[in-house]
Design a protein around this ligand. Structure first.
Ligand code: C2E
Ligand code: CA
Ligand code: CA
Length: 543
């Protein structure tokens, strides 16, 4: 209680220090004046007491205030004081004027000393707590932060994944200017935010929470819109991690950022703009439950295949099918392949899954053949499948038990990123599959960074242009040029070209005009179950 009162008192005095110091100095001046007036000449030394308010005011409030108090003091013991303090006679103007000058110079001097002292204190503090180049606070500053007990704070980590590249290509000064401009943008909306730069590529942000979801949105927006430095536009490969923490007085604040660091690192690894720590926990649990249920689901009918036709863009007839996996979970309802394949890929169950998918699609091929429908079926191969040295033997082993199906009725879709990861191994594996007679398609082409020239070394039959381009091709002339150039070059290299994700007639027509052979998309047919696709395909028989 007593301590609280003392710290409250100190805070109040600090806040109103001008009023406190000026009032005390004026009181001292008045007190001195009356002491001297009463003691007259006998106590000359009391005139020196006037220096006390002057020095105090100058030192603490600066030169202008020091000078004002010095003049007030000088006048008080000058023309206003009727006596010459030495002789008791009326004052000679030269005496008091000289004294006033002395006092004024002490006021100015003490003001300068105080100012320089305070400035050097600030400089020392800055050197200790600020990054010399970006001017943002460093880790030392964390010890100086005072958070309010029991308040909830939004704690976040911003990772600039390509910080090093920006520094090397554009220069350090550009990068640090970028950081400063971004900090300004944040601070404009959230003045109570504390911005810390613990590492060159990492920033920590902390502020009291008002609306967590809105803050997440704002942060992403601010980072995205901060890429302009003068007339340069930077490419910023960032990821944000968020968590919320209630401040408990004595905790080390740096520890608060452990969770947001984990969230940001995970977001970066998954190429997401942000993640919250609670998302990760929920995801981890979700992933764990999926893995536990997966093996049973493969055999109890929860997991099954759907098929999507691939269409010839000229004749508008189906020329093949893509097999796509589905999981109808009793509790979690429909789970997208995008949601569970990445989890399965982390375990050896991915091999079992691909083999099962292969068997199911071959089973379907048998059913189609019985109806005199002969179309190649593609299956998607995971990156991890090709790391299995016996992948080829296993696939061929399965295939051999379907005596009537020809190898060219099977196509394997492989993403280009896979070929980049381990080109030597992939080349050998693909060559073996291709020599056997299976077809190979490059999936999601354009999403990665490989060029067609690079792909020419692999035995490829088809290039599937990613549906990202399909969305853009009607509205964006640059995308149209890229797609056209890709189609032309792919044709020169004797690849079939398929475009994914066609959703309307206009896009289908445009791509036909651009010379694309085939397409897949909701416009023609959404992926559907066996019976549905069978009915769809039967319409084309005999036409
Ligand atoms: P993908 O190989 O690129 O498959 C095409 C995806 O695009 C499918 O999503 C399909 O439903 C969707 N799609 C087709 N046409 C359109 C369209 O017009 N508009 C839009 N917006 N989307 C369209 P799905 O089935 O959710 O599969 C997602 C991804 O999961 C696939 O992408 C593939 O990479 C993976 N996947 C699916 N089945 C398997 C599988 O059996 N094994 C492996 N390893 N991966 C699979
Ligand atoms: Ca595919
Ligand atoms: Ca694709």
């Amino acid at each position: 209680m007593k301590e609280k009162f003392v710290s409250y008192l100190i805070e109040t005095i600090k806040k109103h220090r001008h009023v406190v110091i000026l009032t005390s100095s004026m009181l001292l001046i008045v007190m001195n004046y009356f002491i001297m007036l009463n003691l007259k000449s006998n106590h000359l030394s009391f005139s020196h007491l006037m220096y006390i308010p002057i020095v105090i005011t100058g030192t603490f409030l600066g030169t202008p205030y020091g000078l004002v108090i010095a003049i007030v003091s000088g006048l008080a013991v000058g023309p206003i004081m009727p006596y010459n303090l030495t002789t008791g006679q009326p004052q000679f103007w030269g005496d008091w004027f000289f004294r006033l000058l002395m006092m004024a110079s002490i006021g100015v001097l003490s003001g300068m000393v105080g100012f320089n002292y305070r400035k050097s204190q600030i400089d020392i503090k800055d050197i200790k707590t600020k990054h010399p180049d970006s001017g943002l606070y460093n880790l030392n500053y964390l010890r100086e932060i005072k958070l309010e007990t029991k308040k909830v704070y939004t704690v976040s980590t911003l990772i600039i994944g390509n910080a090093q590249a920006i520094c090397e290509v554009q220069g350090y000064e550009v990068y640090y200017t970028y950081l400063r401009l971004m900090a300004d943008k944040f601070m404009k909306t959230y003045p109570d935010m504390i911005f810390i730069q613990p590492e060159i590529h990492k920033l920590w942000l902390i502020k009291p929470t008002y609306d967590f979801d809105l803050e997440i949105e704002d942060y992403v927006k601010f980072v995205q819109s901060s890429k302009y430095v003068d007339d340069l536009t930077l490419f910023i490969d960032f990821a944000l991690g968020f968590t919320q923490r209630k401040h408990i007085a004595e905790k080390r604040i740096a520890n608060y950022f452990i969770q947001s660091d984990i969230a940001a690192t995970e977001a970066k690894a998954k190429n997401l703009m942000y993640l919250t720590f609670s998302d990760i926990n929920t995801n981890k649990q979700f992933e764990y439950e999926l893995l536990t249920d997966f093996e049973d689901a493969l055999s109890n009918g929860q997991i099954y295949m759907v098929y999507q036709p691939k269409m010839d863009l000229k004749t508008k007839r189906p020329i093949g099918l893509e097999a796509l996996i589905r999981w109808e979970h009793p509790k979690k309802k429909m789970i997208n392949p995008d949601q569970f394949i990445y989890a399965i890929e982390k375990t050896n169950m991915i091999h079992q899954m691909t083999q099962q998918v292969f068997k199911w699609s071959l089973d379907y091929q048998v059913k189609l053949n019985k109806e005199s429908i002969y179309l190649p079926i593609s299956i998607n191969i995971s990156t991890k499948n090709l790391y299995d040295l016996h992948f080829y033997e296993k696939m061929v082993g399965i295939f051999k038990s379907y005596k009537k199906i020809k190898p060219n009725m099977v196509e394997f879709e492989i993403t280009e990123s896979l070929l980049m990861e381990d080109p030597e191994n992939s080349k050998k594996m693909l060559q073996a599959l291709s020599n056997y007679g299976f077809k190979i398609a490059i999936d999601d082409f354009g999403k990665g960074y490989s060029s067609l020239a690079y792909l020419a070394q692999f035995p490829i039959n088809t290039i599937k242009i990613d549906r990202f381009f399909t969305n853009q091709v009607l509205i964006n002339p640059t995308t149209q040029h890229i797609v056209k150039a890709t189609i032309d070059l792919a044709k020169q290299l004797s690849y079939e070209v398929l475009i994914e994700g066609i959703e309307d007639k206009e896009t289908a027509d445009l791509l036909e005009r651009l010379g694309c052979h085939s397409a897949q998309g909701y416009y023609f047919k959404k992926p559907a179950k066996e019976e549905d696709i069978m009915t769809y395909l039967k319409k084309y028989i005999g036409q």
